[in-house]
Design a protein around this ligand. Structure first.
Ligand SMILES: [Zn+2]
Ligand SMILES: [Zn+2]
Length: 178
């Protein structure tokens, strides 16, 4: 066997070993992927199980998992508080019928036309409300002029209310805009 034959043989042997190793790695990687997928399935099922248990026992009181129940309850409260804060900052409320965001002072939902719950504003005396609204209107004129110019609006043919161009229902009188 001359030098070159030997070299070729060695090379062939090495590349076969290399190929076998690569195959092993690929096989192991595949198995890891399967394990991960199975773990994900387990976790998803545990969450489903936990939710079902929580719903079934959240009102029992003094359960074995009292502390965890309390944690979940607190987290729910935090979520609700944050959502209320967001609504206040964005000056919106959530339509109870369709779940869409609508302007805080809307009487009807601009998405589904449902009559909306009135806000706490009504508890103030009429004078205060009117004054507040006038001030608000002036502020709007002063600071939001540019924004107003860019915002596309339509006028309700029934009541004259100015509405977002994509409103499907008038927020003041509830007329369909389609
Ligand atoms: Zn709605
Ligand atoms: Zn209208």
């Amino acid at each position: 066997m001359d030098f070159f034959e030997k070299l070729t043989e060695t090379f062939a042997k090495n590349s076969k070993e290399f190929a076998d190793k690569a195959k092993d790695y690929a096989e192991v990687a595949k198995l890891h992927t399967k394990i991960n997928a199975a773990n994900t399935k387990i976790n998803e099922s545990l969450i489903t199980l936990g939710k079902a248990y929580y719903d079934a026992h959240k009102n029992d009181g003094n359960t074995e998992f009292e502390a965890i129940f309390e944690e979940i309850h607190k987290a729910h409260l935090t979520i609700r508080k944050c959502q209320e804060e967001i609504q206040k900052i964005k000056n919106i409320k959530i339509c109870e019928k369709c779940g869409e965001e609508v302007s805080a002072d809307a009487t009807y939902c601009s998405h589904c036309g449902a009559k909306l719950k009135t806000t706490d504003k009504k508890e103030e005396s009429d004078d205060v409300v009117e004054e507040a609204e006038v001030n608000q209107a002036q502020e709007t004129k002063a600071s939001d002029l540019e924004e107003e110019a860019e915002k596309k609006t339509v006028i309700c043919p029934s009541c004259g209310q100015e509405l977002d161009a994509d409103a499907e229902f008038c927020t003041k009188c509830g007329s369909s805009m389609k």
